[in-house]
Design a protein around this ligand. Sequence first.
Ligand code: ADP
Ligand code: MG
Length: 752
Amino acid sequence: MQNKTFRIRGMHCASCASIIERTVKKIDGVEYISVNNGTENAKISFDKSKTNPDDFNKKLEPLGYSLIFPAVQPLKKTEKYMELKDMRNKLFSLIPIVLVSIFVMGWDLLAQFKITPEMSAMWSDFFHYLLPILATYTLFVVGKSYLLGLYRFFRYGKANMDTLIGLGTGVAFLYSFIVSAFGESLKSFINVNQSYYDVSIVVIAFITLGKYLEARSKLKTGDAIEKLLNLQAKTALVVKDGKEVEIPIEQVVHGDIIIVKPGAKIPVDGIIVEGSSFIDEAMVTGESMPVEKKVGDSVVSGTINTTGSFTFKATKIGSETLLAHIVKMVEEAQGSKAPIQALADKISGIFVPIVLGIAVVTLGLWLLIGTQYLGFSQAFSFGLVSFVGILVIACPCALGLATPTAIIVGVGKGAKNGILIKDAAILEKLHKVDTVIVDKTGTITKGKPTLVDIQNLSTWQVDKFISVLASLENKSEHPIAHAIINYTKEKSINTVDVSNFESIKGKGIKGTLDGTEYFAGNAKLMQDLGVMFDVSQIEKFTAQGKTPVLLATKEKVLGFVMVADEIKAESKQAVNDLHKLGIKVIMVTGDDEKTAKYMAKLVGIDDVLAHVLPEDKLIKIKELQKEGHIVAMAGDGVNDAPALAQADVGIAMATGTDVAIESAGITLLGGDISKLVKAIKLSKMTMLGIKQNLFWAFIYNLIGIPIAAGLLYPIWGFMLNPMIAGAAMAFSSVSVVSNSLRLKTKKISGIE
Ligand code: ADP
Ligand code: MG
């Protein structure tokens, strides 16, 4: 089995996506295919032993599409610009042609109402011969792809938007051509003074204009990745044999010592070994304040050094860097499909054949019924106008753009603000979240506790007591352990090796020292051990939000220390903002209940669950989901992975370079909980944008088709001119894409 992403050439519309999907799915060995109209990518998983990409192309090329492999990543922008330039040139060539058409049309119209005199015979003849020539150029040169669509329809029976336009303008042209050529002999059947060259010219001009504007805006919606790639430095200043040499970024290897001068970009990820500086990480984390970094701190590629100077050791290069991860993730998310798109896909898949049917039936009805009232010549002329009008106004191209362009903008906007979204489905789900579960340590608090109190109840000296405790903690990764180890380092207290170390999930740790088994952990652990301990001794501290760590043997408690963690500056505001969005916030923690309640109260959290084991977090989420809540869980992603996976939306708080990107649906860079509020607002904004887009995409078709069919004619004598239909179609796509672009520049409380 192989999973590959291909770029697609030749895509125009939503129905293209469904044609490609259906064609490739039929190939033996293809397991799954998803085509994205926004990014023009196809994700295909297939059995390597049964088929290969050449097979796909053999089937697709006759239909006018081709897959480019291996996936050119990222989107080749120059190629897109070339296409755009080509479109623009064609568009310019149409300007004089359209002006001439409008001039002739206008004169005819004004003459009909006796406002201007009839055109002189000489001019009339001149235009009589000129218009067919102009229409031929327009249809066969500028509108070639529509005629190809028509050809494919007759050859393979596959219809897409090009087919509709091709059929509409082609029929208008063919009819006019027949009238000009055989007018004399047809005089008695049809109105031979009426030709539709101008219709095919103006419709193609409008559709081309629409496509050009659409392509131009589409390029803009997807520029987030390019901006990210531009952050990447091209070279690095490396120390080699005691000398500074500038080498291309590709040649940097793990362990290289790299010098960063003031104002320079950091080329790869690494750890500072000398010097210190403030680093502007805004481009990666969305945080505007430069961050101070000292020896031992990690630095990330793509960020910018301010005034200091330092050297660092390269630890992550090439595709391993945080920036590379971000680019990959944004790219994949932008190419993924939102569930809301399934409906649009289904509709556009059946739309084209249905519209063809409606057009044919309408023409038939005009001939059948219209002839009785208006005579054949007039009815045929109206029927033809309806036929062309329906085909032109019904193109589902805007429909195919509605969701992907908004998703591309939403995901890109997220990345710019340090919010990494895994896929479109997550972005869609996020706006429905009504309950947020937050982990205490590292999410609400900084996750960097310090030791603040010591109560030694043993007969040992205090240093000995701390030394035993710290020796146990030496083997633990918990933030609490770090607090205790840091304290011993400050006070130069020695630690020794313990044997039989084990951590007791959600409660603490144990280990053997000099033949005695020691335990360190919370009050619950003491209860489990069955040692006597008067909880009132720690309540004074827990009531202040401090976390107790008790040291005990199987027989008795030897004493305890208190560690305190600071609440993050943004926590309170974030909780407040979540409440304003109508979202319930619940804090879960393995910590002491009093400690947790104190912290919760400080930040305004409604509900606290303390002494919770990691698996109980998962059970709590399941319970809430059963009650019908849509639950988001924010945690550090380390011991919360199962809960993050169970939640409808798992949110990982990333700090530094360790990004738990894979396990979570959303990663908040810089570990900033206030970004959760932004992410939810972003989701709401994107979903609203998609709904608006779908409205704009549908409204023209819904209103346009009946009018084009001539439904209003019996009532008001009004027919939809196919040229207006062409303009409406163009406007429909343009309004969808510009609505998505509007989201891009729209600011919602701090989301840029
Ligand atoms: P949380 O992430 O909410 O702190 P954990 O399951 O990681 O949840 O830990 C639960 C509790 O177990 C901690 O609050 C602490 O009381 C105790 N504990 C865990 N690890 C240690 C340790 N290394 N030393 C002392 N106590 C610990
Ligand atoms: Mg934890």
